[in-house]
Design a protein around this ligand. Structure first.
Ligand SMILES: Cc1cc2nc3c(=O)[nH]c(=O)nc-3n(C[C@H](O)[C@H](O)[C@H](O)COP(=O)(O)O)c2cc1C
Length: 217
């Protein structure tokens, strides 16, 4: 029986934020292995394990993808930023800080010592609306594992604005598609609590116009 304190699990969940500022210091392979094992412990449809995890350390591959990731920022993310209101649970200042961090990661994407590219081998079939359901649980497990190990990580998928181009740069074979790139490294800043809206705004009982009673904050 493994002794796990539920406090530890909840502490990890409540402090697993997007950590976008990372040191270039190498991450030992045994930690990367632990993160991958956490990913592979996730639920997946029919336990078919069509997932593929590409660990990328090669700076030339990362640089090629960073150019595409930045292009998506310049063409899509940056122009929209000024017209978007702060999300629930955030302030104007908080949202501005988030955007500054997003910009930082965009410029330094390739400098993260490790990327894990979470993919699915679709073979001859076409990805559908359920496809991501068999890889994002693994992605979230890996984010939690990285946090538990004191490593910073972020779920990113902006490269998909230019899907074909970025998957070519990643060298993915035919039929294999990427769903997330997780840059991982030792964080420059500190971990802090996740900021979300009030539970009362998002949780309902039986009907979506009936806020769930116990939901206070
Ligand atoms: C589907 C998805 C795609 C995301 N893509 C990116 C991305 O490309 N770049 C990025 O910096 N963050 C990305 N994020 C991270 C979110 O911006 C982040 O989770 C959100 O701002 C909340 O931040 P927090 O976890 O620090 O509270 C993505 C998150 C999700 C769930």
């Amino acid at each position: 029986m493994i002794d796990i304190s539920s406090k530890d699990v909840f502490d990890v969940m409540f402090t697993t934020r997007a950590m976008r500022r990372l040191k270039p210091d190498p991450v030992p392979d045994d930690l990367v292995l632990k993160i991958l094992k956490a990913g592979m412990s996730a639920a997946n449809g029919g336990n078919m394990q069509t997932w593929r995890f590409l660990v990328v350390k090669d700076i030339e591959i990362k640089k090629k993808v960073q150019v595409i990731y930045k292009k998506a920022y310049d063409e899509w993310i940056s122009p929209r930023y000024s017209s978007i209101s702060p999300p629930p649970g955030s302030t104007k200042e908080g949202y501005h800080r988030q955007h500054t961090a997003v910009e930082y990661l965009t410029d330094h994407f390739h400098e993260a010592p490790i990327w894990i590219v979470a993919c699915i081998d679709h073979g001859e079939s076409k990805p559908t609306r359920h496809s991501g359901a068999s890889i994002y649980p693994a992605v979230q497990n890996m984010l939690l594992a990285a946090r538990a190990l004191g490593l910073g990580a972020t779920l990113t998928n902006r490269h998909l604005y230019f899907e074909e181009e970025s998957e070519k740069a990643l060298g993915l074979p035919k039929g294999v598609h990427s769903y997330a790139i997780i840059p991982i490294g030792y964080p420059i800043g500190n971990f802090g609590p996740v900021g979300r809206g009030n539970i009362g705004e998002f949780v309902f009982l039986d009907k979506l116009d009936n806020p769930w009673g116990p939901a206070q904050s």
